[in-house]
Design a binder for this molecule. Sequence first.
Ligand code: SF4
Length: 234
Amino acid sequence: MRTLNLCILRGGPGRPAAYQTYRITVDEHLNILDAVQKVWATQDPTLLFRHACHHASCGLCGVRVNGRERLMCLTPIAEFPDGATVTLEPLRNFPWVGDLVVDVKPLMERMAAIQAPYVRRDELTAGGEEGTRFEDCIECGLCMSACPVVGSDSAYLGPSPLAMIKRLLEEPRGRDIRSLCLLAGDAHGAWRCHSVMECVEVCPSHVDPSQAIGWLRRYLILRGRRQPAEAQRR
Ligand code: SF4
């Protein structure tokens, strides 16, 4: 067993922001998500956090752990020494709902603009209930929180939407390539990336958005699409 001090940023719209510390003892073979759930179940039922699958598939439990974007379900308790203080904060660059919960609507709206498919229609079974995964992104938003360009340009498409466009261009299957190129080649698209690589560091699903953005730039150049003047000035 291991005892940790979970220092959690509480608050939200209409509520003052303040850190609250919970001392909790948990099995060292578990993850930070289990510790937060235990706090909620035994100490504070008002604590807001999101989770579903517990195995890095749903992408819901993303927070900042000691300042770094991580999924709580993939953050082992054993990583921290007995008695350590672990700071948990909500993701950046999203509207704050409360405590550890943010509204990921800005990411979902970008994915909708791209018309990113979760499952291709032609991959559905006759019953329409099963499909094949098209790409690795779990839409957790960690890269959007870690990216300093997303933080400074609210119109920037961001790492995961650009990685999705790359995947669609790679395997278009009848998609409208021109509209995807317009999105990727916009001043707030692939050219806006500053190659800080934070997205690569934090991605729990090995998507490598930075590599995808480099791929997109080459793709655009090979098709005669130059960097917009607005992007060059930045
Ligand atoms: S690219 Fe990686 S970090 Fe970004 S939303 Fe997708 S899975 Fe999460």
